[in-house]
Design a protein around this ligand. Structure first.
Ligand code: HMG
Ligand code: MG
Length: 302
């Protein structure tokens, strides 16, 4: 399988990354992070979620953050919308793309969005319909496609089932998520193969948390299968509040280093990206959770 010559990265740090932070992160810091990410060349940024502030307090400033971003031409800004209430609120912020998010595991669906998989699809259907009528692109996130914090291993058949439901309501693209980062390459391959029963390879992305250090290997096998779109998080920020112990997505810096080293274009300036990661890590008073960023920051210091 020929590798793609270019990869599209969706930067999810401001959303997936920061949603899990206990300490309040002021809207101005989130906005500055988005500005730095777009200045580093990222053209897809998942900014925030229009979810219940009782469930995820960190995302309560969603509208404020969206309003304060100086939008850069060519950059697309996406937001999570779990239901019509969230979608209607999001609409006022003029997102380029919305994300409906379901789970391949029943237990995680209940913990994360307080309903069954079937109920979540019923909730999403009118959201997808309204978004598409408004000309807003609809992406679907499929959580727990290899493992679930409550149910353990997830069979590929369940991924295929969820992908079929997503396709059935008009979702245009799906992300195959390893929410808790337990996946290893062959398991991820099977989850992607299951998704391919309902979506074209060009409409599938990888969303790999790096809890067990497998995300780069999982990225590589996905690339070998023809996947060319990945969600990544600057400085490896994040995790999910409803997946205890899971760390953030694979660090954008690490994926950019991998891809550039393989001659694959991302449009991202790694130095500027590292500065963006350092900016948010300094605010959070920790070191960037990225091996490439750490190595390159050490090199700079010499
Ligand atoms: P619920 O409590 O079942 O909702 O929550 P409800 O419809 O019964 O309403 C209860 C209250 O919530 C009401 O307020 C509603 O107005 C309010 P009250 O009358 O009690 O004052 N409400 C809302 N408020 C703001 N925005 C909304 C909204 N909807 C209802 N959209 C709900 C259901 C889905 C809202 C809740 O469970 C929720 O917000 N969950 C969010 C979970 C979340 O954000 N998880 C993290 C993102 S997913 C993720 O990280 C995984 C991903 O990265 C992929 C991967 O790695 O797997 C994408
Ligand atoms: Mg995630």
């Amino acid at each position: 399988m020929a590798l793609p010559s270019r990869v599209k990265l969706v930067e999810v740090g401001p959303r997936d990354g920061l949603q899990n932070e206990k300490q309040p992160v002021p809207a101005a810091i989130k906005v500055e992070l988005v500005h730095r990410l777009q200045d580093a060349g990222l053209t897809e940024i998942e900014v925030t979620s229009f979810v219940s502030p009782k469930w995820v307090p960190q995302m309560a400033d969603n509208a404020e953050v969206m309003a304060a971003i100086a939008r850069k031409p060519g950059v697309r800004y996406s937001v999570l919308t779990p239901n019509l209430q969230g979608f209607e609120a999001a609409l006022k912020s003029n997102p380029d793309e919305i994300v409906v998010f379901a789970s391949a595991s029943e237990a995680f669906s209940q913990k994360n969005i307080n309903c069954s998989i079937a109920e979540s699809i019923e909730r999403f259907a009118p959201v997808v319909q309204a978004a598409r009528a408004a000309g807003i692109y609809v992406r679907g996130a499929m959580s727990c496609t290899v493992g679930c914090p409550y149910e353990g291993e997830i069979a590929p058949e369940r991924v295929a089932y969820l992908a079929g439901l997503m396709a059935g309501i008009g979702v245009q693209h799906v992300g195959v998520a390893d929410t808790i980062g337990v996946g290893t390459p062959l398991k991820v391959q099977r989850a992607i193969e299951a998704t391919l029963q309902h979506f074209n390879i060009n409409d599938i992305s990888g969303h790999f948390h790096d809890t067990y250090g497998q995300a780069l290997a999982n990225t590589l096998i996905s690339l070998q299968m023809g996947v060319w779109q990945f969600d990544t998080s600057v400085a490896g920020l994040g995790g999910c509040p409803y997946a205890k112990g899971a760390t953030g997505n694979v660090a954008t810096e690490d994926v950019v280093y991998l891809l550039h080293g393989m001659g694959i274009d991302t449009g991202v300036d790694l130095d500027k990206l590292i500065d963006a990661g350092k900016f948010i890590s300094d605010f959070l008073e920790r070191k960037p959770n990225s091996r490439a960023a750490t190595a390159l920051l050490n090199k700079r210091a010499v």
